[in-house]
Design a protein around this ligand. Structure first.
Ligand SMILES: Nc1ncnc2c1ncn2[C@@H]1O[C@H](COP(=O)(O)OP(=O)(O)OP(=O)(O)O)[C@@H](O)[C@H]1O
Length: 257
């Protein structure tokens, strides 16, 4: 990854909730165009790390640089799209159409006022097309399946023309086959639009042939590197990541858990 610009740099990062150390000495650099999957057991600090990168939590100790700027001073949030955990949890009566949900991704911050209303409609159609959802533009969001709702949220993130999209477990509650299609869509966006992706996931089997890099977190960062290097790790090393709950890597790759 020579000559690729660092987009997110995390240096000596620690985080503590009231009486629990959750992140310890995290050092991680994410470069332009990477598709990074963040993996780790429940409660290992994955969501906390993502929230710190997005300034949804205030940094306590260590450094976070976004495009080379310390996060405290960073302003260009329109470059960073976010798809939160359980975005796909609308009930069928939720009173918003797919069009409205996607349009709501255009905020003052993302430069909505650059667009005339006619152009907004066109932009919504374009991003829905990118996720193969343009036919459902007038449907109510709550009437869609979990996988379809997640695609709408990707479109919502895309409408601000982000440089990077951060996703927190976007595939929870979606069946295996649809997860594969969804992750394939992300991979395509990453390649075609050169969008950097950071995705927290439990779907190791699905992610291994799609992501470019893996970060294995369990309060500390046990591994960070290209996916091929992760696949070449020996089983004793991988076992130490899981601590207690361990199956062979082969089983992990075959089974969704
Ligand atoms: N707001 C909070 N206040 C106190 N403790 C919290 C808070 N949010 C998370 N925690 C604790 O911090 C630890 C890490 O949580 P976090 O959500 O970052 O883990 P995670 O790896 O994303 O977990 P999961 O895979 O289950 O979503 C957990 O023990 C959790 O209980």
């Amino acid at each position: 990854m020579k000559n690729k610009a660092p987009i997110i740099e995390i240096k000596n990062l620690y985080y503590r909730y009231a009486n629990e150390d959750v992140l310890k000495n995290i050092n991680l650099t994410i470069h332009k165009g990477e598709f990074l999957a963040i993996l780790g057991p429940n409660g290992s600090g994955k969501s906390t790390l993502i929230k710190l990168m997005l300034k949804l939590l205030k940094k306590q100790k260590g450094e976070i640089l976004l495009y080379g700027t310390p996060i405290e001073k960073y302003q260009a949030w329109e470059k960073i799209g976010f798809v939160p955990q359980k975005a796909n949890a609308f009930n069928s009566g939720f009173p918003a159409t797919v069009y409205e949900v996607v349009r709501s991704g255009l905020t003052k911050k993302t430069g909505m006022f650059r667009f005339f209303p006619k152009d907004v409609k066109q932009r919504v159609q374009e991003v829905l097309q990118a996720v193969d959802m343009e036919d459902l533009i007038h449907r109510n969001i709550g009437e869609l399946s979990g996988g379809q709702q997640q695609r709408v949220f990707i479109a919502r993130a895309l409408i601000g023309e982000p440089d990077i999209i951060i996703l927190d477990e976007p595939t929870v509650g979606i069946d295996r086959k649809r997860v594969d299609t969804f992750v394939h869509l992300l991979e395509r966006l990453s390649k075609e639009k050169n969008i950097t992706l950071v995705m927290v996931t439990h779907d190791l089997g699905t992610i291994l042939d799609k992501a470019s890099h893996i970060a294995w977190l369990n309060r500390t960062l046990h591994f960070h590197g290209p996916v091929q290097d992760f696949q070449n790790l020996d089983q004793t090393t991988i076992k130490s990541f899981y601590q207690t709950e361990f199956e062979t890597l082969g089983e992990q790759m075959e089974e969704k858990y």
